[in-house]
Design a protein around this ligand. Sequence first.
Ligand SMILES: *Cc1c(COP(=O)(O)O)cnc(C)c1O
Length: 429
Amino acid sequence: MNKYSLTYAQQLDSQDPLAEMRQQFSIPKQDNGDEEYYFTGNSLGLQPKLAREYVIEFLDAWQARGVKGHFEGDYPWMPYHEFLTEQAAQLVGAQNNEVVMMNSLTANLHFMMVSFYQPQGKRTKILIEDHAFPSDHYAVASQLKHHHQNLDENMLLWQPRQGEELLNHDDLYKIIAEQGDEIALILLPSVQYYTGQVLDMKTITEKAHAKGIKIGFDLAHAVGNIELSLHDWQVDFACWCSYKYLNAGAGSVAGCFVHQQHAQNTELNRFAGWWGHDKATRFKMDNNFKAMPTAEGWQLSNPPVLSLAAIRGSFDVIKMAGGIKALRQKSLKLTQYLLDLLNQELNGKITVITPTAEHQRGCQLSLMINKQLIGELGIDGKTVFNRIEAKGVTTDWREPNVIRVAPVPLYNSYADIYHFVRILKECLV
Ligand SMILES: *Cc1c(COP(=O)(O)O)cnc(C)c1O
């Protein structure tokens, strides 16, 4: 059967148990009033109507109660971050005592490195991937500098092979086998932001630990996208933001995971603040820091409840959909449908650099327009991106040559994908 028809896409939508979830979101509109074909949930998730509602509830409570809002109402501010713990833990496969929503992603990476990067003797190196997100790269470089470690010698880069886009795990295992004794920390993404490649976190963690290396993951593109089992995999720490697949709004409060075996170690070096201090005695104000034996022990400040309220709205919507398992189930089909249509309709015109095997990809596909074709058309990849945008498709462009497209199971439809491929095809002639 020909999959490339609006009728076929609409039939898939009518059979989709999560189709109704789209109603929980506000979908941006094109100039002509039609809804956009929005494929950038990997960069900024759309607004859940509940997020808006809970933010307004918070503003009302503040207006009505002033300082008493800390303790009064259904969702008092003092323990507000705790209302998010269980769902955050489920999203990353953790125990409740291993996660906390706090700060921002890059800030949390630094705070985790304060605890997990402690160069000693010849074990001084940090291993990252060559195409790490700039913020992660800068954070690692500045940690090395902070510890007076020479950058050239101590920042190890795991690179794709010559002429390849994807990271090859064997190359990483070779670096670990050969230089493992000198590596103090490995920091890797779970889903690579440019290619969409999912790394084998379980095996990588085992290999790192076998050599006595601490390992942390940046889950920015993984949380809310794929299933994770941080506790069982024995990952040491992980950090993620909440505005991509978690739909909590630009710059919203981030998440952090510290494995129980470390969280319980209250002697572990850290940068401390009063919100990480034992709850029972926090307000005694006696200046004897006593870290909580959980991930909360890394908190510094009382958190911005305005932002936590948006996260609560977003988490409630994810829960309504059946959690990450249900999202992933739909996501695999949705992205497969996109792959199928691209293969069928644009074969030879575009290349998908994202791995196609299910366990190696999430929602996102990264597309490259065939160089020869754009030469013939006398345009460049960026122009194609601009053309589809003018026709109501929101994707994103990543230098040097990639269009990232992320169908999101919470609000994207099969019809959205049909229209994306139709429009891309129209723009490639
Ligand atoms: C989105 C993203 C960031 C953004 O960092 P912020 O501190 O939230 O600004 C960092 N790292 C990765 C891998 C990302 O994808």
